[in-house]
Design a protein around this ligand. Structure first.
Ligand code: MYA
Length: 447
């Protein structure tokens, strides 16, 4: 079981990557990855968890940047400078991850990047750009943010690597390995020797693989843009009817409201307890919890206690259930906004997608694996919570709601009318050995 919600690291728009087709290489064919401290494809699983390569003292870490091809130069990106943030946004919005037939491309907003790349304790040295020396144009990027990870029973500091991007005109020139080595060096300089990252592509060697599921909210638009289609034995009208969600969240009368700053200590505790169920999880301090759920909520006040509406530039939506009698926070859930550019469409240019983020509940909290009473109650409660997330997202104008087969998602996806996509997301650990974690990749497969 795994709970590291990929965070903002969803790499497969619409989920089509051709993972097992083109692009798949045989073990031994990875000239770069074969040199790195990662388990190699086909290697036997470890008997014990731990590092692959020992940590080094700072003075033994390479002190100067890796050489770049001539005409290019390194550039530490200052994301607090709106112009530099915009440069990263523009690089990614034209060159970042696309689905297999180039119909959709992730369009992380500047606000999203600002939120994802500046958690408490971030290092600006881990926001690494490559510029053309002559005109200073930003043409490549890679980033890391600090994270505390627990994998099974071991906890360690790591970096979460994301937003690796090379301009389309500079592809296949082996720039990516240089970026990866440079971010690794910058992590080593800060005393960090482990990392986590996700990718749609298959590399040596996933610790887990999850499948994307999609819940249609705006059926006519999703059909227009060919995100989904009307099956032969269906009609558009019936599809619209089937996917209609209620207009008011079920828990609205039972203490559901937007998360507020005063909730953070209780949310942090609930989150920590809930995550004990899983084998790979981020551990978050109270400040990190505040950052993940309450920064990036955009501008402008909303009516207090209301679940409706959308702030300007809102990235993350976070809700709690406060028990009306005891005033304790019993549950929370969150999702974030990650639009994609619709590449060739005469009518629509943006797919508004919401992605399920973290949640927790104290209902049926237990680690037992069987569907015993606690698990049944838990499943019912998660159905209510995630069901309400769908209603809120629909009301806020999202076209589709996406979720991965991690945490306890699989137990509710089918009942909530999510459909399995063809996209997979591989999770990787750098310089850490552990046997594979049960990802749930089969459509409709139960864990
Ligand atoms: S995943 C998102 C990646 N970004 C995109 O898909 C955006 C669109 N694509 C591009 O911008 C380029 O195609 C990229 C590759 C930049 C992806 N992760 O320069 P090349 C290997 C790792 O000639 P290009 C994310 O952001 C490839 O197997 N390696 O290729 C997480 C080959 O090596 P080998 C990848 O196409 C990133 C080599 O690169 C990936 O011009 C985590 C070819 O280089 C990939 N997604 O550029 C990074 N794609 O020959 C690892 C290709 O061995 C972090 N490659 O097969 C590791 C931990 C570091 C920190 C450690 C701290 C201690």
């Amino acid at each position: 079981r795994m709970a590291l919600d990929h965070l903002k690291i969803m790499d497969v728009a619409k989920g089509k990557t051709g993972l097992m087709g083109k692009g798949r290489k045989d073990a031994g064919d990875h000239k770069f990855w074969a040199t790195q401290p990662v388990p190699q494809l086909g290697e036997e699983g470890p008997t014990d968890d731990g590092y692959i390569e020992a940590s080094k003292p700072r003075e033994e870490v390479r002190q100067d940047p890796y050489p770049l091809p001539k005409d290019f130069q390194w550039s530490t990106i200052d994301l607090n400078d709106p112009n530099q943030l915009k440069e990263v946004y523009e690089l990614l919005s034209l060159n970042y991850v696309e689905d297999h037939d180039a119909s959709f491309r992730f369009r992380y907003t500047a606000e999203f990047l600002d939120w994802a790349l500046k958690p408490p304790g971030y290092h600006k040295e881990w926001h690494i750009g490559v510029r053309v020396a002559s005109n200073k144009k930003l043409v490549a990027f890679i980033s890391g943010v600090p994270i505390t990870l627990r994998v099974r029973n071991k906890t360690f500091g790591a970096s979460e690597i994301n937003y690796l991007c090379v301009h389309k005109k500079l592809r296949s020139k082996r720039l990516a390995p240089v970026l990866i080595k440079e971010v690794t060096r910058q992590c080593h300089l800060m005393g960090i020797f482990q990392a986590i990252y996700t990718a749609g592509v298959l590399l040596p060697t996933p610790v887990s693989t999850c499948r994307y599921f999609h819940r249609s909210l705006n059926v006519p638009k999703l059909i227009d843009i060919k995100f989904t289609y009307v099956p032969r034995n269906q009609t558009l009208a019936r599809m619209i009817r089937l996917n209609k969600v209620a207009s008011i969240p079920h828990l609205a009368q039972h203490g559901l409201r937007e998360m507020e700053d005063k909730d953070i200590p209780e949310v942090a505790e609930l989150f920590g307890k809930y995550m004990e169920r899983f084998d790979m999880v981020p551990l978050m301090s109270v400040d990190e919890v505040r950052h993940q759920f309450l920064s990036g909520i955009g501008e402008g006040e909303r009516v207090k206690g209301s679940w409706k509406g959308r702030r300007e530039k809102q990235v993350v939506w976070s809700y709690v259930v406060e028990d009306p009698q005891t005033h304790k926070i019993t549950d929370f859930f969150s999702f974030y906004s990650l639009p994609s550019t619709i590449i060739h469409d005469p009518k629509h240019n943006l797919l508004e997608a919401a992605y399920l983020f973290y949640y927790a509940t104290d209902v049926g909290l237990r680690t037992a694996g069987n569907l015993d009473e606690g698990e049944v109650n838990l499943k019912l409660r998660l159905g209510e919570l995630i069901g309400d997330a769908l209603i809120i997202a629909a009301e806020a104008g999202f076209d589709v709601f996406n979720a991965l087969t991690l945490m306890d998602n699989v137990s509710v996806l089918q009942d909530l009318k999510f459909g399995g996509g063809d996209g997979l997301l591989n999770f990787y650990l750098y310089n850490w050995r552990t046997s594979p974690l049960a990802g749930v990749t089969g459509a409709g497969d139960r864990d």
